[in-house]
Design a protein around this ligand. Structure first.
Ligand code: 5GP
Ligand code: MN
Length: 339
């Protein structure tokens, strides 16, 4: 079936399956062409889960187009079949369904033209809601990649070594190298299964953590020059001028916030990046006492308890004030802001 199923949505919604995995498999088996997308500014989980999903679809004899709004960060371009991901502003085609991985709505992709498609929503974020035609939200999953792994198993597919490499990368990066609260005994079981299926944990760690472009270290130097600490809170920032001067790319900001969080006695950290148009991208991290997903959510962002983000109006000084005020209140509250 090649028809765009847009028109079928209102008249003929699929029966709500008790097990969302079965609901997704049914759509995958019935269709022929699929679009696979994830959020803008893709991270390791976005890239790895898209690639693994594409591999599963092709294994099932289906066609899959993998599309993101922003280019793939250099450290993930060595992943198997990474070339299959196309960067575009708008999507169109006769897709039977669009599979959206870890997006809390179509807008999160920053892709235009998704509205007509039958949407399969697969998310593991705390902020996930059932906005699609079929929804599978598993807040216990370490990564969207882990969910793709469960889907491969449910489909009776083979976890190839290329698939295992992509999924292992999603688990490694989304647990912050097995450090965040999402790390459970089952996460190591999954990692073990992936290594047994052919993922090379040493090579993947080297590709992800020991392949830093020099410009990123220059940017880190600038950020550390702006490092501040107040009790259990630490923050740092880079200006757009820092970005230009060091020649750093947007993706080079990933991980900088962790240097603030790594300070002994610090519970929560904030990293701000000035955007060329003057707004501020904010990354929030917590060691566990503060639920930064709730804080980001209250500012129109989202994410996980330990890692979340949002965008604030500039200038830098007022964005710093705004986010620090919220963070200070949460840190002062009994039990942080956990709820
Ligand atoms: P980062 O700080 O690395 O940009 O994002 C950390 C986590 O928060 C990621 O899981 C990311 O998907 C999520 N996140 C960051 N910014 C936003 C946002 O503006 N909206 C939502 N919903 N999630 C975000
Ligand atoms: Mn994720």
């Amino acid at each position: 079936m090649q028809a765009n199923r847009a028109q079928a949505i209102p008249q003929n919604p699929p029966p709500a399956e008790a097990d969302p995995i079965l609901g997704i498999l049914r759509v995958l088996r019935e269709g022929e062409r699929f679009l696979v997308c994830s959020h803008s500014r893709p991270d390791g989980d976005a890239v790895g889960s898209m690639l693994a999903m594409g591999m599963l679809l092709r294994q099932m004899g289906k066609r899959a187009d993998l599309v993101t709004a922003d280019r793939i960060p250099a450290v993930y371009r060595t992943l198997p079949q990474a070339d299959a991901i196309r960067t575009a502003m708008r999507v169109h085609g006769p897709y039977d369904a669009a599979i959206l991985l870890e997006c809390d709505g179509l807008e999160r992709t920053r892709l235009l033209g998704l509205e007509p498609f039958f949407a399969i929503n697969m998310d593991h974020h705390l902020s996930g809601t059932p906005w699609g035609q079929v929804n599978w939200i598993d807040r216990n999953a370490s990564s969207a990649g882990e969910m793709v792994y469960r889907l491969v198993q449910a489909a009776g597919g083979t976890v190839t070594s290329e698939m295992a490499t992509c999924i292992y990368t999603t688990v490694l990066t989304d647990t912050g190298g097995f450090c965040y609260g999402s790390t459970r005994a089952s996460t190591f079981q999954l990692a073990r299964e992936l290594v047994e299926a052919g993922a090379d944990p040493i090579r993947i760690a080297q590709d992800v953590y020991f392949s830093t472009p020099a410009a990123k270290l220059l940017l880190l130097g600038a950020a550390l020059g702006n490092l501040h600490r107040e009790g259990r809170l630490a923050w740092l920032w880079v200006t757009d001028e820092d970005m230009q001067r060091t020649g750093a790319a947007e993706e080079d900001c990933e991980g900088i916030v962790n240097y603030a969080l790594s300070i002994a006695g610090v519970e929560a950290a904030v990293f701000l990046r000035e955007l060329p148009e003057g707004r501020m991208r904010v990354s929030l991290r917590s060691k566990g006492q503060v639920n930064v997903a709730a804080i980001a959510g209250s500012l129109d962002g989202g994410g996980h308890e330990n890692a979340a983000g949002c965008t604030l109006d500039g200038p830098l000084a007022s964005a710093v004030d705004a986010i620090l005020n919220v963070m200070r209140k949460c840190l002062a509250a009994p039990n942080g802001s956990r709820r």
